[in-house]
Write a protein that binds this ligand. Structure first.
Ligand SMILES: *Cc1c(COP(=O)(O)O)cnc(C)c1O
Length: 223
């Protein structure tokens, strides 16, 4: 199957899942995760009708997006990797949205870089809902982190991102996504970014508005 066919099939499956859980007509964004895929996957993703892509590594993204990040400007670019404060400037140059704000220092570094660049940066709080995950703010600290982010004028808080338990049994995944949804309800915003290749169905049922899908669309990661 081509990438375009896989995107179309995933779109249909998501719509069927939405209908099956009483969310018919809801819009769920498919974020194509292109990390460790060759650069031409980005143009294929755009041609397949995706509007959003995600990358985890600054150096890899800089190489793939091209000088100044101007290539692929039709795609909304999301940073979904761990935010190192010394990379804040590069992240702001390369990305439209940062989904992985998990501590005040990351928010402050990005706010400073965005403000220096004269732009507003869309951000999500990354919440930790899984013992196997190293990063993310504990759910009970999310509201305080949200206050910090809201106090920084160059950041626009759009919602919450979380990574489900990758080795978990289904009930464990459902429980974890429930925590993400509850945190999203407290934090506010329009984007609940949960669900990946192996658990997007559970995520849709928990209220996901954005699934981040890599291998199911683009195959095994290569580079
Ligand atoms: C790699 C990655 C994904 C995509 O994972 P797949 O299992 O390939 O769909 C989604 N979100 C984050 C944060 C990732 O690092």
């Amino acid at each position: 199957m081509s990438i375009a066919q896989r995107v179309a099939a995933l779109r249909r499956d998501i719509d069927a899942e939405l209908a099956a859980c009483g969310r018919a007509g809801d819009l769920v964004t498919i974020l194509g995760v292109t990390k460790k895929q060759p650069a031409d996957v980005l143009s294929e993703a755009a041609q397949a009708g995706l509007s959003d892509i995600g990358e985890n590594y600054v150096a890899e993204a800089a190489e793939k997006f091209g000088a100044g990040g101007r290539k692929f400007c039709t795609l909304r670019r999301h940073f979904i990797g761990h935010v190192q404060t010394n990379k804040a400037k590069a992240i702001v140059e390369l990305f439209d949205v940062v989904q992985s704000i998990d501590r005040p220092k990351a928010a402050e570094a990005l706010a400073k870089a965005a403000s220096a660049a004269g732009r507003e940066l869309g951000v999500l709080l990354q919440v930790n809902i899984s013992p196997s995950e190293r990063f993310g703010c504990p759910p009970d600290e999310a509201e305080r982190l949200a206050e910090t982010v809201r106090s920084l004028p160059s950041l626009r808080l759009e919602g919450v991102m979380a990574i489900g338990p990758l080795t978990g049994e289904r009930p464990e995944i459902v429980r974890a996504f429930g925590i993400a949804a509850k945190t999203f309800a407290c934090v506010g915003g329009t984007v609940l970014s949960i669900g990946m290749s192996s658990d997007w169905r559970e995520a849709i049922r928990a209220g996901s508005t954005m699934v981040r899908v890599g291998t199911a669309l683009f195959g095994e990661r290569r580079v």
